[in-house]
Design a protein around this ligand. Structure first.
Ligand code: ATP
Ligand code: SF4
Ligand code: MG
Length: 321
């Protein structure tokens, strides 16, 4: 299959006064047309940094130091600002955990939805007409067009953000924890809306720290640990046959309502990415490394490379070579 997005060897560092944070290191993955890929991993594992990189929006002092981001045969990282503006909001849209980061508190909802279309060359009248349709599509009453963001609930604001993201039937939607701040019922409705986008042909890059949420709707799951992509595969492969010890720990830490199974939190802490562990970044916390003396001198010395174990299922761990 032809891929919509092909990310190769992406590395991103933050150059802070306290040192260089190696936030993303050598990450490669691809997203096909109409595919929903969810990125999971603990706080600080680099999920948002990868998400921002796709639109070349990594905030300062972050810098993409290596890699290619191929979107439909173009390397995003080589585009001019104007070419990028053309793509943003039209071919690639983005929504965030807090919809207020993209909404202007001082302007009416309708103006903000229409603006995106006007910016991309649509006549004013048509843009407002389309804005009404979009509100309907995200299940908001038409009169919300003249509301200000503060007059809406968090869930309604997220619907507005999605309406804006939908304006051009984008090829890719980047969604960074769009439901984290919402209660469960609203969360579900927002997931449904993203599902609607996918049904209409949009590919989804979804970020969550909740692997059970990822499991619900995704086609594929990408597991990040300390700036590395440690496992990537189809949902069934990740859930039924997790290969990386970190993925296994993540799954073991999911609360299971239907069993008495004890929840095991992952012992230890994510490493300081200014000085990441040698070899496999997970080795200081890896239960298998602790158990098997034979891994000494391997896991703590040599970085494991990602390999394809079965079709579309990649893992970076010395246990799988
Ligand atoms: P979360 O689940 O908390 O949102 P994340 O997986 O999205 O986490 P990132 O926000 O991408 O993780 O952060 C990756 C690493 O980069 C972390 O170590 C973080 O401290 C660091 N980092 C992120 N933004 C900056 C910044 N502006 N300056 C310095 N370091 C940063
Ligand atoms: Fe554990 Fe070694 Fe695999 Fe890393 S490479 S996850 S330390 S077994
Ligand atoms: Mg984040």
């Amino acid at each position: 299959i032809k891929m919509l997005l092909d990310v190769k060897n992406l590395s991103i560092y933050y150059y802070t006064l306290a040192g260089t944070v190696k936030a993303v290191e050598n990450v490669s993955f691809a997203i096909g047309k109409r595919e929903w890929v969810s990125f999971v991993g603990e706080s600080g594992s680099g999920k948002s940094t990868v998400a921002y990189a796709i639109l070349n929006l990594v905030p300062s002092p972050g810098q993409i130091i290596n890699g290619k981001i191929i979107f439909e045969d173009k390397n995003i990282l080589e585009l001019t600002n104007e070419e990028l503006r053309e793509i943003r909001g039209k071919e690639i849209s983005m929504i965030f955990q807090d919809p207020m980061t993209s909404l202007d508190p001082l302007r009416k909802i309708g103006d903000q939805i229409a603006e995106v279309m006007i910016e991309h060359g649509i006549e004013k009248e048509e843009a407002y007409e389309k804005a009404k349709e979009l509100l309907k599509k995200v299940n908001l009453p038409e009169d919300r067009i003249s509301y200000y963001p503060h007059q809406l609930s968090g869930g309604q604001r997220q619907r507005v953000a999605i309406a804006i993201a939908m304006a051009f039937n984008p090829k890719l939607l980047i969604a960074d924890e769009p439901t984290t701040a919402l209660d469960v019922i609203v969360q579900d409705a927002i997931m449904d809306l993203i599902g609607t986008l996918k049904d209409e042909g949009t590919s989804i890059f979804f970020v969550t720290h909740d692997i059970s949420l990822a499991a619900e709707r995704s086609d594929k799951i990408a597991v990040m640990y300390a700036g590395k992509l440690v496992e990537f595969g189809r949902v069934e492969q990740i859930l039924e046959n997790p290969l990386h010890p970190y993925t296994q720990s993540l799954l073991a830490s999911v609360p299971d309502l239907w069993s008495e199974k004890e929840i095991k939190a992952i012992p230890g802490y994510p490493p300081d990415l200014r000085n990441p562990p040698s070899g496999c970044r997970f080795h200081p916390r890896c239960p298998i490394f602790k158990e098997k003396p034979a891994l000494k001198g391997i896991c703590d010395v040599t970085e494991p490379k990602a390999i394809e174990i079965e079709k579309e299922h990649f893992v970076a761990c010395h246990l799988h070579r």
